[in-house]
Write a protein of this length. Sequence first.
Length: 553
Amino acid sequence: MTAVAAAPARAGGARHLAGTGALLRLALRRDRLMIPAWVLVLGLSVAGMGSSLQALYDTAAKRAELAASMNANASLRALYGPVLSDSVGGLVAWRMAGFGAVLAAVMSLLIVVRHTREEEETGRQELLSAAMVGRRAPLTAALLAALVANAGLAVLIAAGLAKSGQPAGGSLALGIAVGGAGMFFAALAAIAAQLTESARLAKGLTGAALGLAFALRAAGDAAAAPARAAAKGSGAPLLTWLSPVGWSQNLRAYAGERWWVVLLFAAATAVATAAAYALTARRDVGMSFLPARPGPARAPRSLGGPSGLAWRLQRTTLLGWTAGFALAGAAFGGIAKGAASMVGGNQQTREIFERMGGQRGLTDAFLATMTGMLGMIAAIYAVGAVVRMRAEETGDRAEPVLAGAVGRMRWACGHLAVAVAGSAVLLAAGGLTLGVSYGASVGDIAGRTGPVLAAALSQLPAVWTLAGLAVLVFGLLPKATGAVWALVGGCLALGWVGPALDLPQWAMDLSPYGHLPKLPGGTVTAAPFLWLPALSAVFISAGLTGFRRRDIG
């Protein structure tokens, strides 16, 4: 009787997963550019850091001095995490465990949301579900695609570091730490895809969870005593254990690996995945547990044109990003005063900060580094606002609008205006709070706010260049629009790890940010503020021309 009852259950489970293999192959084919780009850029950045750090800190005394100076400063522990080992591998883990985990999480949430909620939003999933496709097959295929990407990333990191001469155990631990964090956030993205009715909200929810995880890790490491930060025992701060980004650190690659943390990643991912499966079994295709509120009976006058529609679609996202930039600026400004004490007398660390932020004083270099970070993050918003046009197009929402008295150029320019002006608003908010917070700490708000605000706004030409590149791809190669995210990730990686790796200038110049002056304190030349906007205009013009001439869809 038991065997007879179990057979239909097994058959039902198989039926729910029917078509998973075909959907996985489709997902990997669609992401054949995006996934390899993410994996190669991030994996090679981590793998190449060992030899660079070995050249910078070629003696045990230099590495010990660096570790001591970093662990002694709460601000640097909040920004980068503690140095758990003064070996070369330990320094690699210090710089890349948290940062790599964040980028792997971004890669994973993009993959999962694209192949779940975006497919439902565009109506393609309903067509697929009418064929021999099981109810859980799309979610399973999306998670498997994320697993392929994160496994490839983990293998590349582990093999690259081991080949460069680092211990195999620590290399494997660091690879698992980065890939494990990516898979956990892939499972969280799967939950968000069930809760929301739009891909944009699903990405926003998962991104908010990632931001909270980073904040918990930073708060825990900042509050820890220096002795505890460097301890090799089990006394990690509680807040870091509440953060998946903190788990990547607490696996302690090259510092007496805690292999049981791998089980923590596995258990948390399994629980989140089970929750996603439970939610998908309780809703219809295209529906969500958090439906949008019904709008008013009459549309306001602002919705009378494409610009007003674009603002209405993207205003909530812009407001959320603005609040985040304002908070980040205030936090960075509060620790800028102690920039010199962060470095102490370590010449190599001083050189890294100066490569990131310029030569004129450590405080100015730190402020320039922070404004550069704000600029690179602002590009994520700007490119996302551009990519929203592709989502409107594939979701069959653009065609009814364009069928009326609205031309393609007016419609596209409405979204571009939000991307261009919105990125300026973000950098203004971040630069203003950064300047005010730093000025308040040194007792000179009036004198410090203006230069810091100008430094933040000076990042706009690079932000607009990446946004223009996204328009170019959207207009000429619409099916490859998602690959733009890999280019943005590459610029982030260059800006974050390039100075530590002491990459040659030609490599740094591959990013538009490499051509901007390091402000405040750097020498200002007009050239990049002229040719970068001109290049952006060329990209946008070519992209809009292509969009006007190609078919919609």
